[in-house]
Ligand binder design. Sequence first.
Ligand SMILES: Cc1cc2nc3c(=O)[nH]c(=O)nc-3n(C[C@H](O)[C@H](O)[C@H](O)COP(=O)(O)OP(=O)(O)OC[C@H]3O[C@@H](n4cnc5c(N)ncnc54)[C@H](O)[C@@H]3O)c2cc1C
Length: 414
Amino acid sequence: MDRRNFIHRSAFAGALAWTGALSKAHASSEHVPKNVFDVAIIGAGVFGSWTAYFLKSAGQRVLLLDAYGPSNDRASSGGETRIIRMGYGPDDIYTRWAQRALPRWKELFSRTGTPLFHRTGVLWICNPTDRYCLQMEKVLTETGVKFQKLSRLDLRERYPQIAVDDEAIGIFEPESGVLMARRAVQALVENAVQMGIEYRTAAAVSPAGSGRLDALQMRDGTSVSAGTYVFACGPWLPKLFPHLLGSRIIPTRQEVFFFGIPAGDLRYSPPNLPTWIILSDEYYGMPDLENRGFKIAYDAHGVTVDPDTVERVASTEGLASARAYLARRFPGLKDAPVMESRVCQYENTSNGDFLIDRHPDFSNVWLVGGGSGHGFKHGPSLGEYVANRVLGKGVAEPRFSLETKAEFQKRTVY
Ligand SMILES: Cc1cc2nc3c(=O)[nH]c(=O)nc-3n(C[C@H](O)[C@H](O)[C@H](O)COP(=O)(O)OP(=O)(O)OC[C@H]3O[C@@H](n4cnc5c(N)ncnc54)[C@H](O)[C@@H]3O)c2cc1C
């Protein structure tokens, strides 16, 4: 295989244009000797790609497959931007994972020459009696995360463009910010291919039977053989494993809007405006990054969707709500035009904890997913954890087990 034939550099440094046609041609033309791979990873979103990277770093022969291409427009990792913040209320495991992940993201970007992290800072706006914020403050202190507490007066002085409630307080994480998600995963896959993993565009079929999985069938009639299979298929996991995960991982429709900022107005750009999260409103957003506009999204779960077939056109109701919210919290943008909208999906477990466990019916199949609207930032920590588990190292975290995934939705991790 000549990788140059299927990897095309785009005009942006380090970004990739994954041409489906070329990589499909590659998939169908190459003969694969049996068991040439130690591990086959199905899904080149953020979870699968970091897992591939760490397994390769540990000396494994790795195949990474994706039905639509790395960080494609249907994937949960295919959005332009994702927040990386340390605050997780009482859930210190995710604070620690985010702390561990940020330097690894930065290392990736310096290794690949792709500056895809914006240190905007992350501002939490909370009610002072909110338990989540009180617990978060405690965890941030215990874990040594830098943060500043802001009074209502501080908030009004520093961020006059936000209409905060009278009792509001702020917690500001100055080192946190935004990852350019889609391009970051594509840079990672390109880097992993340079390290020697093999990438293919191909759609895996659900494995049948039980015991040890010898070969995995693709929809195009080919098959792949590996010692271990890691299904990192995000919101597709319930489609691939309907009996096991059909009611344990629920993909929900999430709409995102980018509003145009007024000409020459720097109030909505960093450093004047950080990334912000207003907990009680369930809204969050980002300042104008790379001149794409002011991003805003509603974090409450939308209706259940099928990631293959959902139409990615934002609803008039979603836009009306986002606009009403802007008028309330960012009155200077109340008449701002929409520049762009996106429809993505969360893949929710019952409480928001990830799923990382062995398939109960197959000794060599792993299930990895359940990012639940907050997984992206953790890619490096998760990839390292999964690689260790696959290699029989490390200690299993009970929160990630299949048995803790209930068949109802009661979110506790935000
Ligand atoms: C609107 C929105 C905002 C978010 N904001 C944040 C945020 O600010 N911060 C944060 O940390 N997280 C955020 N998240 C969550 C985060 O994006 C996800 O948790 C994360 O991207 C999940 O990655 P994944 O690799 O599990 O899944 P995906 O990225 O969906 O990857 C799964 C891959 O599997 C492939 N696949 C599926 N079936 C097959 C098959 N049969 N054969 C081969 N390949 C297959 C798909 O094509 C896909 O590429 C947000 C999510 C959304 C939707």
